[in-house]
Design a protein around this ligand. Structure first.
Ligand SMILES: [Fe+2]
Length: 151
């Protein structure tokens, strides 16, 4: 398991309780996809941004840093490296195949057929970004507090 490589025990992983911000993130994601207006576009854009594009961007920071610290190489990783490669927007087709972000794009290209669908797509994209950023904001204090000692 990847988290064992960075010193997090299986017991700790099994006992973790979602933070308030994590629970709020889940509720917000449901709220974003609940309106029926342009439901397909709204859901596809929300999932593409929050569940694929931004995951790929996050792991583009995490995976190389894990390797730089000597904790986890691409060859050892069963989670971060593969997710980075198969989620990131415009990933090269090759070792990991077409990315999930790009697969969503192909479907969206067929669904964005009116000014109204474009408006909903833009709103959904912005909202998904804000909700995802709110999730990561919970780590800001930890990152700020521990950044210097990790360097
Ligand atoms: Fe994915």
């Amino acid at each position: 398991m990847s988290l064992n490589f960075v010193g997090i025990s299986g017991e700790r992983i099994r006992k973790v309780v979602p933070t308030e911000q994590t629970a709020r993130f889940v509720q917000e994601m449901y709220r974003l996809v609940s309106p029926q207006e342009q439901y397909d576009v709204r859901t596809l854009v929300t999932l593409r941004v929050a569940g694929e594009v931004l995951i790929g961007e996050s792991y583009a920071c995490i995976a190389p840093e894990l390797e730089r610290r000597g904790w986890l190489t691409e060859e050892q990783s069963q989670f971060y490296w593969p997710h980075w490669q198969h989620d990131i927007k415009r990933a090269a087709i090759g070792k990991y195949g077409p990315s999930h972000s790009d697969q969503f794009s192909r479907v969206l290209a067929r669904k964005l057929d009116s000014e109204e669908s474009l408006r909903v797509a833009r709103e959904s994209m912005d909202a998904a970004y804000r909700v995802e950023a709110g999730f990561f904001d919970q780590f800001g204090e930890y990152v700020t507090k521990n950044h210097e000692k990790d360097l």
